[in-house]
Design a protein around this ligand. Structure first.
Ligand code: SAH
Length: 358
């Protein structure tokens, strides 16, 4: 039985057509599922009882179950979702003044093995389904709605931004990640603007081109090194798609991107990639790419050999970039007390030996 949370808007319409139903029925159900967060056919009151009966017999609505829901001292909230077979993935909600960002996972584990990332250290089990990806947003909206004070009296969405920046490489799970993106953008579902939905990639060049054509949203690229020698070691996918190709792909992406810059993420590793010379090399490397830098203080995890750069050094690094006219922000570490910070998401991944070819 299909899970209706697996369908993007076009797939929902196609499925309803297969059932001999009109396209507007697909839109109605889409609204019930994603706009109103309903999981029960009986709650879909503008749909005739007979059709509800038919739907119950031919489809299910199955979001991933919440295993745990923890709140950090700084308001960051981390959900752990059961995705079956002993696997679990994490989702983080980060409240800030004026916006709320949900950081969503796309894979159980990750195959890219970036040297400084705890998800990468775990290995890869499998791609998440569309229902498991969009289900994280579906569940988080429900959980957060309950806590809403309603002080403003307006219909404000608590989650204003989504970043595919949790566990996994979104562009290595292209079809399902894009189906979930289409739901996030659709006015009958979550209605988020393309500028408020960000895909973060370690640099899968062909998939970046596909994303530009099929579903351009804001793009963040995990750069982490100013030259191929160091990047090959830190982000091994660089051996396949080296920096010159990655920079060219970034430029191509900007032709259709909803924002006129690429965000480069750069994890600050003490004594590894945080020298003044590295900042100067980055300026040369990215000269042709309109960009902003987001410096991420390294978040340690058990067994890692890396250390976080001293804050003075991060400041100096940012100053060099800003001195050249590049916006460089330093990501505030959030949710560290509940292991919810960048690179600390581990979830639970079974059969860690699986590998995919990318
Ligand atoms: N696979 C995607 C998205 C997941 S990671 C990507 O590589 O972009 C989200 C961001 O956190 C990436 O920039 C990643 O490199 C960074 N990150 C990973 N481990 C980290 C750690 N231990 N400390 C700080 N940032 C980390």
């Amino acid at each position: 039985m299909p899970n209706l949370l697996d369908f993007d808007p076009a797939q929902m319409t196609a499925w309803f057509a297969d059932q001999g139903e009109k396209p507007f029925r697909a839109t109605q159900v889409l609204r019930w599922l994603h706009h109103f967060g309903v999981a029960d056919f009986d709650a879909m009151t503008n749909i005739a009882k007979s059709l509800r009966e038919k739907l119950r017999g031919s489809a299910q609505i199955k979001p991933p179950a919440v295993i745990s829901d923890r709140m950090s001292g700084d308001g960051t909230r981390k959900f752990l979702f059961d995705v079956g077979g002993g696997n679990a993935v994490e989702t983080v909600f980060i409240p800030e003044s004026g916006r709320g960002t949900l950081c969503v996972s796309t894979q159980a584990g990750c195959a890219l093995e970036c040297a400084f990332c705890s998800t990468g250290k775990q290995g890869f089990n499998r791609n998440l389904t569309t229902a498991e990806i969009i289900g994280q947003l579906w569940q988080a909206e429900r959980a957060l709605e309950q806590g809403k004070t309603g002080e403003t009296g307006r219909d404000e969405r608590v989650i204003s931004n989504v970043v595919l920046m949790g566990m996994g490489e979104p562009l290595a799970n292209f079809e399902n990640a894009v189906a979930a993106l289409r739901l996030m953008l659709d006015d009958n579902a979550y209605g988020l603007s393309r500028r408020r939905v960000t895909v973060s990639t370690a640099g899968l060049v062909p998939a970046m081109d596909r994303l530009r054509e099929e579903c351009p949203v804001a793009l963040a690229v995990s750069l982490h090194a100013p030259n191929d020698a160091l990047r090959n070691a830190l982000v091994p996918i660089n051996q396949k798609y080296p920096l010159a190709e990655l920079m060219a792909a970034c430029r191509r992406y900007l032709e259709k991107a909803p924002r006129d810059f690429i965000t480069f993420e750069y994890v600050m590793l003490d004594g590894v990639n945080d020298h003044e010379q590295d900042a100067h090399s980055l300026l040369a490397l990215t000269r042709q790419v309109p960009c902003k830098f987001n410096l991420i203080p390294f978040n340690p995890f058990p067994g890692t050999r890396y250390r976080r750069s001293k804050s003075e050094r991060v400041r100096r690094f940012a100053d060099i970039l800003m001195g050249a006219g590049i916006v460089a922000t330093t990501r505030k570490t959030r949710g560290e007390d509940i292991d919810a910070a960048c690179g600390q998401l581990a979830g639970q991944v079974q059969d860690k030996t699986r590998r995919v070819t990318i």
